[in-house]
Design a binder for this molecule. Structure first.
Ligand code: KIV
Ligand code: ZN
Length: 500
């Protein structure tokens, strides 16, 4: 059996999705879950890019025990030194160097000739290898690069000590047969290629990131770059859960291949990443979408009752999805609440548990039946709303067909209440404007979605939105049985990312 190494880049390329930015504490939380999931390498960030990214990579390096921790660097000395310093505490550090090799990048981005690029790659790999044993080299835009130059730069990087050669389809332009022949050509034409592991890194601009990744694997790549929920730059990266489940489910094709992923952690990891980045998972998303295992048509349901395999190619339990059951109500105690949360995989500190339990009781007072999904939102909200600068104290709105909508919102900053009053196009808009007045900012609402967490008239609502403040995008999420409150919490969640 041969292992496919899973290189997770949720915290680096995934975080490059507009508005998905995470603070160091949230990054650490995701990294710990990625380790639990069993990923081999966590690309924790791009240390030279900002003090926050440097801190995130350093914190993750200190706390991760089993997975390797990787920092990204351009082929520049300050980048390499920053990556090396950020990774100092890592048990298994890796520096990931990248340098574009396609004609279009050389001509317009660098204005450099091939010889100069080759020299840069050589020097950078040598420098990095002197600081760290484990070096990965990526010729950016490899799939649009001239083959002969690509072969030469790969050979140089390996000569200088790179152990992994990653082949990025940076702009998501390739299709599966092309990727297959590119990897085959690299294996046949780079003389020292057997000294390195070949990796694949595919973007989803044409919706083929996963297909291209598995095609690369069939051609001999043994490491896959991917992100949870497929989040990433533009249309995103290849989704980790899809690559892993393709390899597991299609044993007839991927005969001797396996990954070290504990697939039962997939759903939980997906939910955590979605709630901390505020990137909603589409209902029809493969593996982890709400409808991925839902059977609506009567014919399908009937056949499923006779034999599950008629319409289900995977067991939902294998990806960590359990049927939503009625679990708790307003009379449930703290112990039952704690036991249920640990069955759902949450390990909270006593303080977090107290806060989540208080919130649970408030929800249970308004909503008779509390389902697993309600509990997940209560806990995830509790985690993402903790330590906020601006908190919601109370709000009041009035609106109707013949009255102008108006809202009063009271926020607290370090315990001190501040009141804002505003009119608006509707009660939610009025609340948002009142918050803008309190915080003293001009925010543009770019995206706003509301969805019911579970079914029923008393279902909890979850709001997801994106704000543009001074040209930067901030996302936010919030849940409540009251959709106005859920919207306010989501707005505050995004505002707090700006205000910190
Ligand atoms: O898409 C890309 O080319 C990248 C590189 C940094 C590997 O993300
Ligand atoms: Zn990328």
């Amino acid at each position: 059996m041969e292992k496919i190494i899973i290189f997770d880049t949720t915290l680096r390329d995934g975080e490059q999705a507009p508005g998905a930015s995470l603070n160091p504490q949230q990054k650490l939380e995701i990294a710990l879950q990625l380790e639990k999931l069993g990923v081999d390498i966590i690309e924790a960030g791009f240390p030279v890019s900002s003090p926050g990214d440097f801190k995130a990579v350093a914190d993750i390096s200190k706390n991760i025990k089993k997975s390797a921790v990787c920092g990204l660097a351009r082929c520049l000395k300050p980048d390499i030194l920053a990556a090396h310093n950020a990774l100092k505490a890592a048990k298994k550090p890796r520096i990931h160097l990248f340098l574009a090799t396609s004609k279009i990048h050389l001509q317009y981005k660098f204005k450099k000739a091939e010889g100069e690029i080759l020299e840069l790659a050589k020097k950078a790999t040598k420098l990095a290898r002197g600081l760290c044993d484990d070096i990965e080299f990526s010729p950016e835009d490899a799939t649009r690069s001239e083959r002969s130059f690509l072969f030469r730069i790969i050979e140089t990087a390996i000569k200088e000590g790179a152990r992994t050669i990653n082949i990025p389809d940076t702009v998501g332009y390739s299709y599966p047969q092309e990727v297959f022949s590119l990897i085959t050509d690299i294996r046949e034409n780079v003389p020292n290629i057997n000294k390195a592991v070949i990796a694949t890194h595919c973007h989803d601009d044409l919706g083929m990131a996963v297909a291209n990744s598995v095609s690369a694997i069939l051609a001999g790549a043994r490491q896959a770059h991917c992100t949870i929920n497929g989040i990433g730059e533009r249309a995103g990266n290849a989704s980790l859960e899809e690559i892993v489940m393709v390899i597991k489910t299609r044993k007839d094709i991927f005969k001797d291949l396996y990954t070290g992923i504990n697939t039962r952690e997939l759903f939980r990891t997906s939910r955590l990443v979605s709630s901390l980045t505020n990137y909603a998972v589409p209902a029809n998303k493969a593996i982890v979408g709400k409808n991925a295992f839902a059977h609506e048509s009567g014919i399908h349901q009937d056949a499923m009752l006779k034999n599950r395999l008629t319409y289900e190619i995977m067991d939902p339990h294998d990806v960590g999805i359990s049927a939503s059951q009625l679990v708790l109500g307003k009379h449930s105690g703290r112990h039952a609440f704690k036991v249920k949360l640990s069955a759902l995989g949450y390990k909270l500190t006593d303080k977090q548990l107290d806060k989540a339990f208080t919130r649970f009781k408030l929800v249970a007072d308004k909503k008779k039946e509390i389902f697993d999904d309600d509990l997940r939102y209560i806990v995830e909200d509790q985690i993402s709303q903790a330590n906020l600068l601006w908190k919601l104290e109370s709000f009041y709105t009035h609106s109707g067909t013949k009255v102008a909508p108006e809202a009063t919102v009271i926020l607290t900053k370090k315990g001190n209440p501040v009141k804002g009053v505003s009119a608006g196009d509707g009660p939610i808009d009025a609340c948002f404007k009142a918050i803008d007045k309190v915080v003293g900012l001009k925010a543009k609402l770019e995206d706003f979605r509301l969805e019911a967490v579970t079914s029923g008239k008393d279902a909890m609502g979850h709001a997801n939105l994106k704000l543009v403040i001074k040209g930067a995008v901030y996302s936010g999420g919030g849940s409540s049985t009251d959709i106005i409150e859920a919207s306010i919490l989501a707005y505050l969640n995004a505002v707090n990312k700006y205000a910190i």
